[in-house]
Design a binder for this molecule. Structure first.
Ligand SMILES: [Zn+2]
Length: 399
């Protein structure tokens, strides 16, 4: 093995692999889901709880932490790990997604076809140039700048184990020409990020390049080749993944098809994806790690993940039919929230009342559920039984 990623087993029928990602703050068994700690906390939980339910890495947000409390303050506090008392691996995104969302609308929602684009948190893009992006801060209205070097410097201050390069997350509604020009600029920014990191980056911090190219096969292939040819330690797949699941899988397939052979020892991360069926397919397509706001956001809105594919693995506890229900949240669930023994009727009442306890419990349950999905997939790859495990999960078997 040379590099941070060791592949310990491969699936014969797909591109799936099980591995160990080695970082300065410890190892991450893969394939893995990565919970969001956007603003230096997995909302509602303390580090010991995140660890207890099976996670070894979380994702912090470069843009938000730069705005508040400020990456320099975090550096003075000893870095992000010390600041949030999470001494395990942390990946930080580059901030590009949030900066460009101010101009493009909420890309995540658009990617998943949920609702039309809208402004994010009141910020605004002033200009996009080769050097970087000038934007108006949503915190104090001041004009600020973020470019490749700024993003890497912020991530150096945060001291994350894995930094992502600054790129433009191209949305679905832009045309091929815009996507092509943007992707080429992202490649130039990749080079600038790697140059800055080589000269000034923290020792041991890994850097992932990001494959862009929208929904265009040739652009995705060219971008995958470009990132693979760079010195990036790992490879993330970002940008618009299409308008439905079929297109998303196709786009991921185009990228990972180019990342085998001499490049296979680089870990691959799929940005912003976390639905159960997408995790299963992503693993089959050769993805090693995923992050997504879904399990924690759903938990805060009274929705639990359960083994029910017909309802997209969701149980909405806020609906009237859950009122007075004596059923457990999920029969046989080994998570710490279900261990208490609360009935759905009680959780329904608390979720409707917006009680913090309900948000916390459902966040715990949802994250524990996805952790078990990933463990199940990993063990199946190692045992040579991925096809059976994938079929069972898709059919609604509990992880
Ligand atoms: Zn549970």
């Amino acid at each position: 093995m040379d590099g941070p990623f060791e592949i310990i087993a491969r699936d014969g029928g797909s591109r799936a692999r099980a591995g160990v990602l080695r970082t300065p703050h410890g190892d991450v068994p893969t394939p893995a889901f990565v919970p969001l700690a956007t603003k230096a906390t997995v909302r509602g939980l303390v580090p010991a709880e995140v660890e207890e339910i099976g996670y070894s890495m979380v994702l912090g947000n470069t843009f938000h932490l730069h705005q508040a409390p400020g990456d320099e303050l975090i550096a003075q506090a000893g870095g992000l790990h010390r600041f949030m008392r999470w001494e395990r691996p942390i990946i930080t995104d580059s901030g590009g997604f949030q900066v460009f969302s101010m101009g493009h609308g909420n890309v995540a929602d658009e990617i998943k076809g949920r609702r039309p684009a809208g402004r994010q948190e009141g910020g605004a893009i002033v200009s996009i140039e080769e050097e970087g992006v000038t934007y108006r801060s949503y915190v104090d209205g001041s004009e600020r700048f973020m470019g490749p070097e700024t993003s890497m410097e912020i991530q150096a201050n945060l001291g994350s184990d894995i930094a992502l390069v600054f790129d433009e997350c191209t949305p679905f509604h832009v045309d091929r020409d815009y996507t092509a020009r943007s992707t080429e600029r992202s490649h130039r920014w990749l080079g600038r990020c790697l140059d800055w990191h080589e000269a000034r980056g923290p020792a041991g911090q890994l850097v992932y390049g990001i494959v862009q190219g929208g929904v265009y096969e040739d652009l995705r292939a060219a971008s995958a080749d470009e990132v693979a040819a760079s010195a990036a330690d790992g490879i993330a797949i970002g940008g618009s993944l299409g308008e439905d699941k079929a297109q998303m899988y196709e786009v991921v397939d185009w990228a990972t098809a180019r990342l085998g052979g001499p490049h296979e020892h680089r870990p691959r991360h799929l940005l912003g994806i976390g639905e159960v069926d997408d995790l299963v397919r992503g693993v089959e397509l050769g993805i090693d790690s995923f992050d997504c706001v879904m399990p924690t956001r759903l938990g805060r809105h009274g929705v639990a993940l359960v083994p029910d594919p017909e309802n997209r693995w969701r149980l909405d506890l806020t609906t009237a039919r859950q009122r007075g229900s004596r059923e457990p949240l999920m029969e046989g669930c080994p998570c710490p929230a279900c261990a208490i023994g609360y009935e759905r009727g009680y959780l329904h009442y608390m979720a409707r009342a917006r009680e913090l306890t309900a948000m916390r419990l459902l966040t715990l349950h949802n994250l524990a559920f996805l952790a078990r999905v990933m463990t199940r997939l990993r063990e199946a790859i190692i045992a040579g039984e991925l096809a059976e495990a994938a079929a069972a999960l898709r059919a609604g078997q509990a992880p």
